[in-house]
Design a protein. Structure first.
Length: 428
């Protein structure tokens, strides 16, 4: 079956071992060495380069358990550097967009592209151009799966990672596809989580082929309508988010586990103020406003008694300015704080999100001049931080200098692309 027999196609572009690839990008000396990246507070391994995988480093393994292998093979360890990864992700997406126009970003290192019928005959050429341009412009290697639905494109991408070309087009006859599906475990299907896998295994559904030909009535009953749509996609019928525009988010969460336990109210207020500031910046970038905020604090699960408190605030007018969020976050801590309690994590969640352009004023609470001043101030704040690096200008409520609630990042690399002080130096 040639590409011309498809009415439309989806491309799934996935950055290979993204976090580890970002770390290697500015360290040519690590090109042929094993690299792993750790989660928040240097807890678990969340990314491994190809060499580290071959050495048997498990994904999700706590760092202390993997330490013998890390020391044995001289594996380079990095803390998560989200500023670097976020910036490189944006560059990758912009590069893909320069080839195809619109795309749907699925995660920090993945995006879907929906090819219109006119471009279907050139699907492989377009994929090759994307892959070559992303590597040339950003230094990041991507794999690309091509198929007639998003779920099949994800499967094709899984296969592409094992191909030297880094691309795989899931075409050919249905018999050839089914022969391939019989060799792929059902766990590789997009949207099939651990609970679904166990349920499927109980009914002898262990491969993609088994799921594709499962009884529709059984699927609807056992896997609900979401699972049924997945099965339809495996059969080549697009029915998952057919609109290429990303679905608007309903909530925005910013939270962290602390580098060390916190018992002081002021330190907690600084932490949630920083989380609120980060969320506000992201909200403005997406052109959204929030109708309210929830603030959450808790101890570790092992602490007796376990403490977990949440308080919500609803804004009279949906907001996106940092000061409104910081005030709400600090007031939330004021209401919930318990003395002599070792808190281990805090976070804020913005809810009832809507496009900023859809916000309606309130005659009893609105001050148009004050609103205009807030908007101008936030534009200035965001512009300065965009030019001079994140956090160059921030509210004192977020704290100054190192704080006990900051993440442990003993192995953090420089912010090569977002901080003037960390620009790489070239030697001739």
């Amino acid at each position: 079956m040639s590409s011309t027999s498809f009415k439309s196609l989806f491309l799934l572009i996935d950055c290979n071992n993204f976090y580890a690839s970002c770390e290697k990008l500015f360290r040519p000396d690590l090109r042929k060495k094993p690299v792993v990246v750790l989660s928040n507070n240097d807890g678990c391994i969340v990314s491994r380069c190809r060499i580290a995988k071959a050495l048997g480093i498990p994904m999700g393994e706590p760092e202390f358990k993997a330490r013998p292998l890390i020391q044995k093979y001289g594996i380079e360890v990095f803390s998560s550097n989200y500023q670097l990864y976020g910036d490189l992700s944006e560059r990758v997406m912009q590069t893909v967009s320069s080839v195809v126009g619109e795309l749907e970003q699925y995660s920090i290192d993945e995006c879907f592209v929906h090819l219109a019928p006119a471009h279907v005959p050139n699907a492989l050429d377009i994929a090759a151009e994307i892959r070559e341009r992303v590597l040339r412009w950003t230094g990041i290697t991507v794999s690309i799966g091509i198929a007639q639905t998003k779920t099949l494109a994800k499967l094709a991408n899984h296969i592409a990672k094992k191909h030297a070309s880094g691309m795989f087009f899931l075409n050919g006859t249905e018999e050839r596809q089914d022969a391939l599906f019989k060799r792929i475990p059902v766990s590789e299907v997009w949207g099939i989580g651990s609970r679904s896998r166990k349920k499927l295994a109980d009914f002898a559904i262990r491969t993609v082929y088994d799921l594709k030909y499962a009884n529709d009535v059984w699927v609807r009953k056992r896997l609900t309508s979401t699972g049924w749509r997945t099965v339809q996609e495996l059969r080549g019928i697009p029915c998952i988010e057919e609109d290429t525009a990303p679905v608007s988010r309903k909530t925005l969460i910013s939270s962290r586990s602390f580098g060390s336990k916190i018992c002081e109210k002021e330190a907690l207020q600084q932490a949630v103020s920083a989380f609120a500031s980060r969320a506000a910046e992201k909200l403005r970038k997406e052109g959204l406003a929030a109708g309210g905020m929830a603030v959450h604090i808790r101890t570790s699960a092992q602490h007796v008694p376990f403490v977990s408190d949440t308080v919500q605030t609803t804004f009279v007018i949906p907001a996106s300015d940092t000061l409104t969020f910081i005030n709400a976050a600090r007031e939330g801590i004021e209401c919930m704080f318990r003395a002599d309690t070792p808190y281990a994590k805090a976070g804020i969640m913005l809810f009832d999100l809507m496009p900023k352009s859809h916000v309606q004023g309130n005659l009893l609470a609105s001050d148009s001049r004050n609103d205009a001043e807030k908007t101008a101030l936030m534009k200035c704040l965001d512009k300065i931080n965009a030019i001079h690096g994140k956090h160059s200008l921030h509210y004192a409520a977020e704290g100054l200098g190192a704080q006990p609630w900051h993440m442990k990042q003993r192995h953090c690399s420089p912010h090569f692309t977002t901080d003037w002080k960390d620009l790489a130096t070239a030697y001739v």
